[in-house]
Design a protein around this ligand. Sequence first.
Ligand code: 13P
Ligand code: ZN
Length: 266
Amino acid sequence: MLNIQDSHYITELCKGAELMSRYGWSERNAGNISVLLPEAEFETPREILRKFQLPFSPPELLGRVILVTGTGKYFRNIAQNPAENLGVLRVGKGELELLWGHENGGAPTSEISSHLRSHAARLRADPLHSVVCHTHPTALIAMSAVHDLSEREFSRTLWSSAGECLMFLPEGLGVLPWLPCGCDEIGLATAEKMKNYRLVIWANHGIFAAGKSLDDALGLIEIAEKAADIYLKIANFPDKRLITAAQLRQLAETCKITVKEGWLND
Ligand code: 13P
Ligand code: ZN
């Protein structure tokens, strides 16, 4: 059995955080990641180092152990000191029990409500779900400031800008209007969207992604961000050739993708 601190989950989280930072999505302390750990793989520490209060306790997560980034931590620095920048915590009733990390006074991300509530929602949709991550991808945020925020229209524009977006995100994206962050209200709203979507845009702020692994969640953001970047680059050209509704329907048929009724109509 491994010690938590030697696990590949920490190595992968450090790699992912560094990548998001290199993409320019993680200015200062922007972004947070949480991973549901399969406890069977670890020697879970017995001692509870500290406790953090939670305004809620998703019953699905009671007793589960999560790896999470610390609030205020810079993604570019996580790998240099995982024990200070990350924490491993057990979800209790109305509290999180710290088992490892958050050294020198650290605490879990301020977006813990969105993370825990999204985990609970995604586990109901996909038993293999394990990762939630939040970051600030520039093109998607810019697009959320100028584009219709209806989920159908937002998803359609991304699909029409890059075909792989339909292939990998056939359910489209959930979209929330701007809301104050770091509170339970945005956590509830995000989890409501996570019932049907793996990507949820927070207009004028960033994105939440869920996946079976960090690569999986990050890959979805990469695809949506690429499509948003292409859209913004071409949006103001008078003669543009986006992928048409008929072509999207053809792609869906070829790839045997099911899309929500009416979302590929002209
Ligand atoms: P934390 O540093 O608390 O994780 O917050 C970063 C962030 O992106 C808030 O939305
Ligand atoms: Zn943020």
